[in-house]
Design a protein around this ligand. Structure first.
Ligand code: HEC
Length: 127
């Protein structure tokens, strides 16, 4: 896999280490869905610190049992929340919908497209 802008992913990764370790690979997307699979790997390495989705093997959102507010980094759980491709691209470009917590442009260009393809296909599938 080629290296992508190192700054933010490293930070996100460090945050995740404390909770779940920095699991790499092990995504649950068939190889024939090349774009979504690539997006899942990118999601695993770049978004895992703050978001949960089984298909990319990430657990960064707050636990489902924890209903009260928690860490600022706890982003939405994408097992539960369904995202459209456009919304994912918007969130990536603008740093989430609130523009406050999530860093903008963690992935760009083709990487962002691939992550959007992955999330729009695999988010909201339940647990
Ligand atoms: C530092 C933690 C952090 C990282 C890293 C992060 N996010 Fe987020 N994200 C959040 C938080 C917190 C929210 C909710 C607040 C908001 O929307 O501004 C959010 C919101 C979102 C939303 C909008 C969800 C909704 O329906 O409200 C999407 C889509 C999203 N993130 C995708 C991504 C993707 C894709 C990546 C990796 C490229 C990523 N995030 C990386 C913290 C993060």
């Amino acid at each position: 896999m080629r290296a992508v802008t190192p700054r933010l992913p490293v930070l996100a990764c460090l945050g995740a280490v404390a909770i779940a370790g920095c699991a790499q690979g092990k995504v649950d997307v068939p190889r024939d869905q090349a774009q979504a699979r690539r997006g899942a790997v990118l999601f695993n390495t770049h978004c895992s610190g703050c978001h949960t989705i089984d298909a990319a093997n990430t657990h960064g959102s707050k636990p489902e049992s924890q209903l009260s507010g928690g860490e600022r980094t706890n982003g939405p759980n994408f097992n539960i929340r369904k995202e459209s491709r456009d919304d994912v691209l918007f969130a990536i470009r603008n740093g989430g919908f609130s523009g406050a917590i999530m860093p903008a442009n963690v992935v760009v260009g083709r990487d962002a497209q691939d992550v959007a393809e992955f999330l729009s296909r695999y988010s909201g599938k339940g647990k």
